[in-house]
Ligand binder design. Structure first.
Ligand code: ADP
Ligand code: ZN
Length: 733
């Protein structure tokens, strides 16, 4: 037998498979990590991706595998198939595809199982008593207090880490045969919280109906249910079905920050072990969670995007919660989406795929209507709870009335009432579109980052200017470096300004602010949400935030301060994002009692705003999809964005020009499939001293053409120019 081996997947750029002889008696299976001789280099690590009876090479030229590196298969056969799919779909190398499945910690044996020396008590009854008596003086007082103490600790616990006990006392006790030292594996556990088990709820009629439809044998579902309709309960039941049939399950959440709550929630409902996969874990934790799955100890995996690659065998279901979130698309190349990977894995395993959302992506819903997903609807909240009414405030009138703050008269009144009632409020700014910048009022000079083509943001708390792309900081000045006049002024509006305005209006209110600044480390926001849930503050101000899983009982008022900033972004999804943003925020409000949602906008009649007011997803969808069809936008067409960047602008421009020429030659016979080809500077032209240009190809839907562009793009390399490809990019600019 011969093994087909991919060598050193951490570094290979080339896409080649090598053949090796398998020495007799060596048990090699596909998916194993092996040590192999390679070229003139020293031995290297490889992965067996298949076995062959025959070889194309002469027998005496084929080298032998030195040894296997693990006693198990690091990759499953399914993962090897999935890697081929990824290679094909994103036109990447097999090595790059395999890197998704094998954490860096496993490759090269960088991290391994953590062990610990533990002290175990060996004796009991009279034997133990005899040892204890030996530690006492004649008069019954303790002669060897450290040994005595060690022994009593061990009597309570049975076994303890050696590091927690006195070394010489342990040694003496060992000599007496009372204890032994053992090396034990210990798991690095990401979350330690104790969780109390909760019994299953009785399902509502609606939940039963939905579950019956999933159990009827279909494979792909879009669960379109408003927030609070009880989707999570459906997920749990479907996962439980899978475990009962000996299968495994993956639950994806959109953000790392959501995993702790969801983990706790799952632990309340499942006795089984749950593994957590996401990039926020330490190397050791990641390794241990991965091993937990490999050894079959965990049959449920919870995590963010990358958890879709978890090495579960016998997969029964993949659930993508909040499927509309853009975080399900990778930010690095190849820019896969969790949806595409999940779909293929479910196909390979004959497993169920469930996408859940209150506001599905337009593309997803469109596919659902076409029959690619069975659409399951949960249009009502549980127990007859109403969705809150959304009040639209036309900000044009505020300006006319001389109100220059971000707080409309209507919002002021509601805030006042909310605070008087002892309730809480949440104020939202959009994630994008707002920032504070510094401009000279005499000459118009704007302070920009030296490395990036973006204005710097003023951070009042530290009194510095900061670049949100590279982190560079500057001390703010008042004298303009361009014209020398002392007229540098701070403009725009960020969460800090809002906080000041609100403080000015309601000096007695306790305010919490959540944004990039206050969210230094990964647990900071959980603490902040917990404080807010415990009513330690009256008003929470922040950019768009996912509050799922938190129970803010006292929140009766939510406000979106400026719905328009998102509408004005030049992107075909701007209406969709606006609708989604408003609906999601409204959906989180008033979970116990119907709350008030205030929406401030300069475009009160916009269809995204109007449909969001009535929580009318289908109404919005119908209008949006008609517009998309008319304007030939996705899903009726495809955008391919080719990204070029480099330190020397001439080189980047030359590469773009050259590639346009190549593209035209290749695409000429398919002229009818092409809507447009445009080259331009990126919206942010420079980031981290790299000049950035794009070619945007707008195509009619045609997988073949996309494939040709991919192939051409991958074949073409330019000196000192980095390139990347993105299909229907999340950020079109
Ligand atoms: P969604 O995911 O659709 O926003 P959830 O599944 O989180 O909604 O349900 C909202 C709340 O209702 C949760 O606190 C959940 O525990 C509770 N819940 C769900 N189903 C039931 C049920 N059948 N009986 C009682 N409580 C339920
Ligand atoms: Zn910068």
């Amino acid at each position: 037998m011969y093994a087909r081996v991919i060598v050193d997947i951490s570094h290979t750029q080339v896409d080649r498979v090598f053949e090796y002889n398998i020495p007799e008696k060596m048990n090699i299976r596909p998916g194993m990590r092996v040590r192999v001789p390679f070229g003139h280099m020293r031995d290297t690590e490889g992965i067996v991706i298949g076995l062959e009876e025959t070889s194309e090479y002469e027998a005496n030229k084929i080298k032998e595998i030195i040894c296997p590196l693990d006693d198990f298969c690091a990759l499953t056969e399914e993962q090897i198939k999935l890697a081929s799919f990824i290679k094909q779909k994103y036109n990447t190398t097999l090595a790059a595809a395999l890197r998704f499945m094998l954490p860096a910690q496993v490759r090269g044996g960088r991290v391994s199982v953590k062990t610990q020396t533990r002290v175990r008590l060996l004796l009991s009854g009279p034997a133990l008593q005899r040892v204890e008596e030996g530690l006492l003086k004649k008069d019954g007082s303790v002669k060897y207090p450290r040994q005595w103490e060690t022994l009593s600790l061990l009597k309570e616990q049975g076994e303890l880490p050696a590091s927690e006990l006195n070394g010489s006392a342990v040694k003496s006790l060992e000599k007496k045969g009372a204890v032994e030292l053992v090396r034990a594996e210990i798991a690095r556990i990401p979350f330690q919280k104790k969780v109390i088990r909760i019994d299953d709820y009785g399902l509502t009629e609606k939940q039963k109906e939905i579950l019956d439809r999933i159990r009827a044998g279909g494979k792909r579902f879009l669960l379109h249910g408003v927030t609070g309709s009880g989707k999570t309960e459906i997920y749990i039941r479907v996962m439980r079905d899978c475990l009962a049939r000996g299968k495994t399950a993956i639950l994806l959440v959109p953000e790392i920050s959501l995993t702790p709550q969801t983990y706790t929630f799952l632990k309340q409902r499942f006795d089984e072990e749950i593994a957590v996969f996401h990039s926020g874990l330490s190397a050791g934790e990641r390794f241990d969670e991965w091993m937990k799955v490999k050894r079959g100890k965990a049959k449920i995996v919870l995590g963010a995007r990358s958890a879709v690659f978890a090495p579960l065998e016998n997969l029964g279901v993949i659930i993508i919660d909040e499927e509309h979130e853009t975080s399900y698309k990778a930010d690095n190349y190849p820019k896969y989406t969790a949806h595409e990977i999940a779909k293929e894995r479910c196909r390979l395993n004959d497993a169920i795929l469930i996408l859940g959302s209150a506001t599905p992506q337009i593309e997803t819903y469109f596919r659902g209507i076409r029959g690619e997903y069975e659409i399951l609807k949960m249009p009502n909240r549980l127990f007859g709870l109403q969705l809150p009414a959304v009040d639209i405030v036309d900000m044009c009138n505020e300006l006319k009335n001389g109100n220059r703050t971000a707080i409309s008269g209507r919002l002021y009144d509601e805030l006042e009432r909310t605070l008087a009632d002892g309730k809480q409020a949440m104020l939202f700014l959009n994630r994008r579109g707002y920032s504070t910048f510094v401009m000279c009022r005499s000459c118009g000079y704007v302070v920009k980052c030296d490395s990036c083509d973006v204005t710097m943001t003023y951070h009042k708390a530290q009194d510095i200017l900061k670049c949100h792309y590279c982190g560079r900081t500057k001390t703010p000045e008042t004298v303009c470096p361009e014209c020398g006049k002392p007229h540098l002024k701070y403009f725009g509006m960020g969460t800090q300004q809002i906080e000041e305005q609100v403080k000015g209006l309601f000096p007695y209110a306790r305010i919490l602010r959540m944004d990039l600044d206050t969210m230094g480390n990964k647990d900071a926001h959980i603490k902040l949400f917990e404080d807010f849930a415990a009513h330690k503050a009256d008003i929470l101000i922040g950019t768009q935030m996912i509050t799922k899983g938190f129970d803010f009982r006292d929140v009766t008022l939510s406000a979106i301060l400026a719905a328009d900033t998102m509408l004005n972004i030049p992107d075909y999804r701007s209406a969709e994002r606006t609708f989604c943003h408003i609906t999601q925020i409204a959906g989180r409000a008033g979970r116990k009692e119907p709350g008030t949602v205030i929406l401030q906008t300069y475009n009160p009649m916009h269809y995204a705003v109007q449909h969001a007011k009535y929580h009318d997803y289908v109404g919005f969808y119908n209008e949006e999809i008609a517009l998309r069809e008319m304007a030939q936008l996705p899903p009726f067409s495809t955008y391919v964005q080719l990204q070029f960047s480099g330190q020397k602008e001439e080189q980047v421009i030359a590469a773009v020009k050259d590639f346009i020429g190549k593209l035209k030659a290749v695409l000429l016979p398919h002229k009818r499939g092409i809507i447009s080809i445009k080259a331009s500077e990126a919206a942010i032209k420079r980031i981290r001293d790299m000049e950035r240009y794009h070619i945007l190809i707008h195509l009619k839907n045609d997988e073949g053409l996309v494939g040709q562009i991919y192939t051409l793009f991958n074949q073409t390399k330019y000196v000192n120019v980095l390139t990347g490809i993105d299909i229907n990019p999340v950020n079109m600019a």
